[in-house]
Write a protein that binds this ligand. Structure first.
Ligand SMILES: [Mn+2]
Length: 344
């Protein structure tokens, strides 16, 4: 049985084009307007930060929070969409300047955990069991400012609090080696999976692998995905592309290294990723140069590239590949793949 893939993206992937060096260059779109674009662009799932669903959630009590989240659930229902995950946004509040769960100030650590529990409540209202943790500021600019062993224990404590808060949720850690911090504590898939094994219910802790984050760590995204699949830990993916080891560029999938993208599609397809309901998630930015009326092409184009690469992968002559592997003629195998990617 071949998997039929379902795709997702987050509302932040349709944006005004501001970057750290310049202001917005496109008009804003309301959340409701964005929701109307998902289905026409070929997407069934919506990724959420907690405050994408419930803006200003720090100012709301739990009743108001649940009410607001239920309104968003109705909007999703109205568009025939589902929430893929909710991620606590732990990197913008003044209390997370020094990190969330690993901040040196105990009051700040408490805030980070309580905010995460509220994100779980929002996920519950949106009817998704998946929580994504991008550990944005869990790391250091100055290594001596924190203790890496103690910080790992703080991360475990925070995740255990989340697992205990709702016995049905699963947590996907999204590793990234740097940015915004200089050195992140959970830089790779291996770190994230190992962290999960320290937690109270390891079966409910997995990973969300973003292509660009693996590339920033100097690793191949498809091998990271294969490693997670072998551990039954690949709860989600954030496909995109990245031109070398620099800032997190979130380029359209396949736009920089088509073969690297092909191998991500291939490993996912060969191991039936998606057959347990996992989404093919994208996390991509429109180029700042793009005008408003064509500022969603990065989404539809990335999906198209995924599906085209899927067709290439499924169309390969596996017998010919097996024969080349048996003969150890990897030069010819190399050409076979290159020709397939060139449509030859
Ligand atoms: Mn990214």
């Amino acid at each position: 049985m071949q998997t039929t893939f379902r795709f997702s993206f987050g509302p932040w992937n349709i944006h005004e084009g501001a970057d750290p060096f310049g202001p917005p260059v496109r008009d804003s779109m309301s959340f409701a307007q964005k929701l109307k674009l998902f289905k026409p662009l070929g997407f069934d799932g919506v990724q959420f930060h907690d405050d994408d669903a419930v803006p200003d959630l720090n100012d709301l009590d739990s009743t108001a929070l649940a009410k607001k989240a239920k309104e968003v659930k109705s909007m999703l229902d109205g568009e025939g969409l589902v929430a893929e995950f909710v991620a606590p946004r732990l990197w913008e509040d003044p209390r997370t300047i020094d990190g969330g769960y690993t901040a040196n100030d105990p009051a700040c650590r408490t805030y980070a955990i309580e905010r995460s529990l509220r994100a779980i409540d929002i996920a519950h209202a949106l009817d998704t069991k998946l929580i994504v943790l991008w550990l944005a500021r869990e790391g250091t600019y100055v290594r001596e400012s924190k203790d890496s062993k103690r910080s790992t224990e703080y991360l475990v404590e925070a995740i255990n609090r989340m697992l205990a808060h709702d016995s049905s949720i699963r947590i996907a850690i999204e590793p990234k080696p740097n940015e915004p911090v200089d050195q992140a504590y959970i830089p790779t898939t291996g770190h994230a999976i190992a962290l999960g094994h320290l937690c109270s219910d390891p079966a409910r802790v997995g990973v969300n692998i973003e292509s660009a984050h693996a590339i920033l760590a100097g690793l191949d995204p498809s091998d990271e995905m294969g490693f997670a699949l072998a551990h039954k830990k690949l709860f989600s993916v954030h496909l995109n592309d990245q031109n070398g080891i620099k800032f997190d560029a979130d380029r359209s999938f396949g736009s920089i290294d088509l073969r690297r993208a092909f191998n991500q599609v291939r490993i996912l397809d060969r191991h039936a990723y998606g057959s347990s309901g996992e989404f093919v998630g994208l996390d991509i930015k429109a180029m700042r140069t793009q005008k408003f009326d064509v500022s969603t092409k990065h989404l539809s184009n990335s999906r198209t590239v995924f599906l085209n690469l899927l067709e290439v992968s499924r169309g390969l002559d596996q017998k010919a590949i097996d024969a080349l592997i048996a003969a150890r003629d990897y030069e010819e195998l190399d050409l076979l793949i290159i020709n397939a990617l060139m449509g030859k």
